[in-house]
Ligand binder design. Structure first.
Ligand code: F6R
Length: 595
């Protein structure tokens, strides 16, 4: 996800901005840029790729004396990772950097174009700086123009804006994306995390959603809630969490909103990156992926078939490659990949293309090999995932598949206005359901102590909850090194139940809204054979040895997302209790670029 830095003061601005951006590299990015305004001159530098490319571009630039500056690392969401799309985004005499997504940028852009603005980039961000200059036509008050600009925007943002007309001020706004302001002996600093100001500043303010302001070198002390700044960088990169995996579990509700933003509302789903007519004449989907992405595909199959009534076949990329599968031109080949570089998935994609199939990638990394190879792309917008065990990428893949289901169903005229509204409110509730409640986390911390031994785990569920059970088992295996299997609960008595005894731990996913009673019967069968049973549900199940309660939900998708969080936390806490390196589990790599 993008990173923001800013500085007001007399030290070497370029150096401070670039050092700050380097501290934010861990968030992931595909281009970077800075703008420095000093002695009446505004200089902007941008480069695609690593920060060293940006450093090369501005190697000869120095700015002496007082000035202001902003910087940015961009993770492409609207428009390719090119220099013109990199931030700062430029208008006539102002520059802006922005994290997040402006949902109504197309309306604003159209309006500004009618007023004579000529847009240079494909970004949503450019509307901010052009809108600001438009409002300045009617007022000399820079802050008033900025306030009006922010009031026009819909979406999530952290914004820093500078203008030649106001050479000592940085305008800032926060809504949904993180932004801090900090102060040290040599000036005032901005950042999207405190990691980039540690070493420079000793006081900090964590801005709240809705904060809009105008900062100069003197106004920091007038802010509310000034706190001392934590000085441990590694801790700061993890936003205070013990592991990146934990941080990524906690940020799922935020990234899911980004996944949805600008694409879905009560009227339906708009996927601007999918060409019109892409699904015309298509009678079947093939979803192909590996590992966690494969599990998202498997859950997606149930959702796609249920909502869009389209036959969906899910294949494991490593198997598909050599299976000589029969492919038909009326099928669309969908690959799912967090990294976009998984060798098996990439080769399967090439194979499908060679057979003349249309291809669609659901991917987290723009410009990755899989994205470049596919005919159409839906980015998951999870931001960089650092924990080797995938969490937030899975959540966003699932959301994209759900949106795709609604999208295809709409094209087939399967949903009326009321259905569309229901889908949307269910999505919004599902996102909310991924917000980690302290009570749930505490419960799993305590419970994990009881699940450190035994001869294995069965994770069981039905329908969408079956692949979720597979994913819960995979998470536990990866980080705890304990043996765990996922099973459809109805299949237990066809063999696996032979393993049941008190040292077999069963984690049962018991929803209220989809086949709950059926799973309860399967739980009883296991309980009768003495398996130790932990049920994840919003309702008590009498035969359970342990209960993990999720909040009552209004539908099964909301339950799906709640249970997903509980399973991720369970794996995390068991692994921590066992003393494992949660973020870098043994034998695993984040991106599997070999067969
Ligand atoms: C599990 C995990 C792996 C990946 C798999 C595919 O936590 O991360 O199973 O899901 O290697 O990777 P991507 O999605 O990058 O293609």
């Amino acid at each position: 996800m993008c990173g923001i830095v800013g500085y007001i003061g007399s030290n070497e601005k370029k150096e401070i901005l670039i050092n700050g951006l380097k501290e934010l590299e861990y968030r992931g990015y595909d281009s970077a840029g800075i703008a420095v305004l000093s002695a009446g001159e505004l200089k902007t530098f941008r480069a695609v790729g690593k920060i060293c490319n940006l450093e090369n571009k501005c190697a000869d630039f120095i700015s002496k004396g007082f000035g202001i500056g902003i910087g940015h690392t961009r993770w492409a969401t609207h428009g390719k990772p090119t220099e013109i799309n990199a931030h700062p985004q430029i208008a006539h005499f102002s520059n802006v950097v922005h994290n997040g997504i402006i949902e109504n940028y197309q309306e604003i852009k159209k309006d500004l174009e009618q007023k004579g603005h000529c847009f240079l980039s494909q970004t949503d961000t450019e509307v901010i700086v052009r809108l600001f200059e438009e409002f300045l036509k009617d007022t000399e008050d820079g802050f008033e123009a900025f306030r009006q600009t922010i009031a026009t925007l819909r979406g999530a943002y952290a914004i820093l804006l500078i203008s030649v007309k106001y050479p000592d001020k940085i305008f800032y706004a926060k809504n949904g994306s993180p932004l801090i302001i900090a102060k040290g002996n040599d000036g005032v600093y901005f950042g999207s995390s405190d990691a980039c100001v540690i070493g420079y500043a000793d006081k900090v303010v964590y801005l709240k959603d809705g904060d809009v302001g105008c900062m100069d070198i003197h106004s920091f002390e007038s802010l509310e809630n000034i706190r001392p700044l934590e000085q441990n960088k590694a801790f700061a990169q993890k936003d205070g969490f013990r592991y990146f995996m934990e941080k990524e579990i906690y940020e799922q509700h935020k990234v899911l909103l980004e996944t949805m933003m600008g694409r879905v509302n009560e009227d339906g789903v708009a996927l601007e990156s999918v060409p019109d007519g892409f699904f015309e004449g298509v009678d079947e989907l093939i979803i192909c992926a590996c590992g966690t992405s494969y599990h998202a595909g498997m859950s997606g199959k149930y959702v796609l078939e249920r909502i869009a009534k389209i036959r969906t076949n899910v294949v494991m990329a490593s198997e598909f490659r050599y299976a000589n599968s029969v492919m038909r031109k009326s099928e669309i080949f969908i690959v799912i990949s967090q990294s976009g570089e998984t060798a098996d998935t990439l080769e399967a994609l090439k194979l499908a293309k060679a057979n003349g199939l249309k291809t669609l990638a659901i991917c987290n990394v723009d410009n990755s090999s899989i994205v470049r190879e596919s005919d159409a792309v839906i980015l998951t917008r999870a931001g960089i995932e650092k924990g080797v065990a995938s969490t937030k990428a899975f959540a966003t893949q699932m959301m994209v598949l759900w949106m795709l289901g609604v999208y295809i169903a709409t094209q087939k005229n399967l949903l009326n206005k009321n259905d569309l509204e229901n889908q949307f409110t269910s999505m919004v509730r599902s996102v909310k359901a991924t917000e980690v409640s302290p009570k749930l986390h505490e419960r799993l911390k305590r419970l994990s102590k009881r699940y450190l031994h035994g001869h294995g785990f069965f994770f069981i569920g039905r329908d969408v909850f079956y692949p979720l059970a597979l994913e819960g088992a995979l998470k536990l295996k990866e980080v705890s090194y304990l043996h765990a299997e996922g099973y459809p609960s109805g299949e237990m008595k066809h063999g696996p139940i032979a393993l049941a005894d008190s040292l077999l731990f069963t984690i049962a996913l018991v929803p209220r809204h989809l086949l709950g009673d059926k799973i309860k019967s399967n739980v009883e069968e296991l309980s009768a054979r003495d398996s130790t049973i932990c049920v994840i549900s919003s309702e008590e199940v009498e035969t359970a040895d342990d209960m993990v309660y999720i909040d009552p939900a209004q539908d099964y998708m909301e339950e799906f997302f709640s249970m997903m969080v509980a399973l991720q936390l369970l794996a995390l806490e068991v692994a921590i209790k066992l003393g494992n390196d949660v973020d870098m589990p043994r034998n695993l790599a984040k991106s599997v670029t070999v067969e």
